[in-house]
Design a protein around this ligand. Structure first.
Ligand code: MN
Length: 515
């Protein structure tokens, strides 16, 4: 019989801890809705105590997203657990996830607690969380570097206290498949009440083993895997959702396990997360990389033409990857547009549809054929828009051979129109320098990249940038058929985010190092 493994997605919590991947509430909500379409079992929506922005994201996702259980992280502290509950209360399916270290290294140097004190605290906090909600998860942080005998004692105690899920994190990405599989087996076999809880795993990819370690854990009896879209997360990232899900699906015969993920939504979810976080996917990335299904060897191509199964273990359609699908053109009306968005799974308000439709019409004037990917960009930019202090009104730029590039930019800053001109090394540089002078930003441009969304010279160019200011990094993105316009949009998007997060940061506490 096939065992169903629960997929716990932490893109919005651990994933957001990737440098530059901070998201605003609207962006998180948009990703959460897509995760629901993808069919994940649990969404970790944030860490409610850490900032008002995280609190609001958890609250709105719990209220507005149907399907998955919505979870907030909380340290093993009363105020954290209460705050998590305040964000979740009233919503239909919720979970509180609390954690405390069990490794001597962490207990001694970071928490300054004895083993006995830590176990006692873990039990009390699980009991407290259970007074608020039915569904409680506990994580012994740094489990893979903990004394296994003590780890098992803590697990037994928190299950007795009411934890329905116990998650075993490889917080620092230190373990390997043989060792981690044996640890999970030991927990399943030697903790007397282990069958009363789901044993989960949370692996980091510091040594490139997160997915392998998670699969070894599934083989040893784990019933839940924590993962992120595109494997984003702290440092080298987390277990990648698409790899674990396709690994189990493709080799169901071997694992005897599967998930309820709708794999046809994988490609779209991956693109959305990459676009919103600005974290580009390497072309050779398993499952979702641009080359993942590109066969170039002549022998392979010959085989594929004769029979697909000769060299293809997964079909591109199984992750929702089809040839760019032509969806609309210039003559498409508002009704057809709305219908098309609904077919793609977007349920938008009237106001959002109108804004997206205007942008679509402008694009259709510049580009004859509009593809599904173009619509995704329009929706992600127009719907996830936050109120922006700085808005691009217009610009002109002159450049060419033997000419100093010159830009004239008109911005609306806090409702006031401002015009300014400047020069630069190239047209993009001229526009950026002019905008920098107008907004008086002190930020540094760390990364600038351009990508074509679909084929053809009339394709939209998508520009991603990363800015750094006072130790905080943010990413911005913008798309247009004109890459200078896309560049200006991406830069302003990032500048607006820097403003948004510096005001949010002032309200909240500093993010702490997490599981
Ligand atoms: Mn983590």
């Amino acid at each position: 019989m096939t065992r169903m493994i629960r997929i716990f997605d932490t893109t919005l919590r651990d994933g957001e801890q990737s440098p530059g991947a901070s998201m605003n509430v609207e962006e998180k909500l948009m990703i959460a809705k897509q995760l629901a379409r993808l069919g994940v079992d649990i969404i970790e929506a944030g860490f409610a105590f850490s900032s008002p922005g995280d609190f609001e994201a958890v609250r709105r996702i719990a209220q507005e997203v149907e399907g998955p259980v919505v979870c907030s992280l909380a340290r093993a502290r009363r105020e954290d657990i209460t705050r998590a509950y305040e964000a979740l209360k009233g919503a239909p399916k919720v979970r509180i996830h609390t954690f405390l270290s069990t490794s001597d290294i962490h207990l001694k140097h970071q928490f300054r607690m004895t083993r006995e004190e830590a176990k006692q605290r873990a039990v009390e906090m699980v009991q407290m969380a259970r007074t608020y909600v039915e569904d409680v998860e506990f994580s012994p942080m740094d489990a893979s570097r903990s004394d296994p005998a003590y780890l098992c004692e803590v697990i037994e105690a928190v299950i007795a206290a009411g934890a329905g899920t116990v998650n075993i994190p490889d917080t620092v990405g230190y373990t390997n498949p043989q060792e981690f599989g044996a640890l999970i087996k030991r927990i399943k076999d030697s903790v007397p009440n282990s069958r009363q809880a789901v044993i989960s795993v949370h692996c980091h990819n510091d040594l490139g083993l997160a997915v392998a370690n998670s699969l070894a854990a599934v083989t040893a009896g784990a019933g839940q895997v924590e993962c992120t879209i595109n494997g984003i997360g702290e440092r080298a990232g987390n277990t990648s959702l698409e790899e674990i899900v396709m690994g189990l699906r493709t080799r169901k015969d071997w694992y005897g396990a599967d998930t309820q993920v709708v794999t046809e939504e994988i490609s779209k979810t991956s693109r959305l997360v990459s676009k919103i976080t600005g974290m580009v996917i390497q072309p050779n990335k398993a499952i979702v990389g641009a080359n993942a299904f590109a066969h170039t060897s002549g022998i392979h191509q010959d085989g594929l033409l004769k029979d697909k199964t000769t060299y293809e273990i997964m079909r591109p359609e199984s992750i929702g990857l089809e040839q760019n699908k032509l969806v609309m053109g210039k003559l498409s009306g508002r009704h057809a547009f709305r219908q098309r968005l609904e077919d793609l799974g977007y349920k938008l308000t009237e106001e959002d549809v109108n804004r997206a439709f205007e942008r679509f019409k402008r694009l259709a004037d510049q580009k004859r054929e509009i593809y599904e990917e173009d619509l995704e960009v329009i929706v992600s930019e127009e719907v996830a828009k936050m109120s922006e202090r700085v808005v691009l009104k217009s610009f002109q730029v002159e450049s060419g051979t033997n000419k100093v590039p010159h830009a004239m930019v008109e911005l609306e800053i806090d409702g006031k129109l401002v015009t300014h001109s400047g020069t630069g090394d190239g047209p993009v540089d001229a526009v950026y320098r002019t905008i920098a002078a107008m907004t008086q930003t002190k930020s540094k441009l760390l990364m600038f990249g351009v990508n074509a969304i679909t084929g053809g010279t009339d394709a939209q160019g998508e520009v991603s940038v990363r800015l750094e200011e006072e130790g905080r990094t943010v990413s911005g993105h913008g798309a247009d058929t004109d890459i200078i316009t896309a560049s200006a949009r991406a830069y302003l998007n990032a500048l607006n985010k820097l403003g948004y997060f510096s005001s949010k940061q002032a309200e909240g506490i500093q993010k702490v190092s997490l599981i």
